[in-house]
Design a protein around this ligand. Sequence first.
Ligand code: ZN
Length: 311
Amino acid sequence: MASGDRTVSRSCAIKTETRPRGHLALWGLLLLLAGWLSGQSSEAAAQSSRPDDEITKLADDVYLFRHRFHQSIFITTPKGVIVTDPISLEAATWLKGEIKKLTDQPVRYVVYSHDHNDHITGGSVFADTAVFVSHAAARPKILEEADAKIPVPDLTFTDRLFIDLGGKRVELIYTGRNHSDNSLVVLLPQNKLLFAVDFIPIETVAYRALPDGYPDDWIESLKKVEQLDFETLVPGHGKVGKKEHARLFRGYLEDLRAAVQEQVQKGASLEEAKKTVRLPKYEQWQRYAEWFPENVEGMYRYLSERRKGQP
Ligand SMILES: [Zn+2]
């Protein structure tokens, strides 16, 4: 079934936001109905019926590229294309073909959001024309991986880097450690759009036990994001959000930290903390049931280690 879906989606992948809302509403209703009939959640129904690969136009020259559960943005200009996370070899190969349908211009830059290879594999597809860009701290990690499908960044930066191409300005900004120590954000000032991967989920709890994360720095990093001038927030997974979602997610991390800290100070064990800590305010968020206990675990381990480090 998946390969059939893929064939259909690959031939009609470009979607624009100009479609009538009624059409989308009806589609959503059908998905809900399908989910109800099959005993699945509406989310699961939506995921099983949607194509593997999809491109959605966000603005005149800005596109959202989704491959299964991962997504990135790309920008077309008269002087070339700027791609962000290539996601996988399969995804990037498909994307390259679709970009050729949109423009004669080559891909000039590939920007890695951070070093995690579920987002940046497949860049080799663009190596014939592109310069690869990342935060400086991502480079040694990518070098260590020695994966031919992940070209090593040619261009790195520590705080801020502007890419000016064909009249378009793309700002790469480092807001500190968060979900990794090298996550950058991509700001498109003309579009008031920000692309941020894995550290600002939209009304979704954090991924599992906060692997590779730095919770206190993460909160500070979100405060810096909140100071940037944008309206639309595009994450690396899930629905597109608004600037407000950065503040909401910071609130979640702060609430999680406070609740777990209380348990750590009481001397509760990890298991006790996982049983006790609940944040009802966020029960409606995606993945709460699955990942919240792991979020508690990640925060517990982090705060316990910190405590040990502070006599
Ligand atoms: Zn990641």
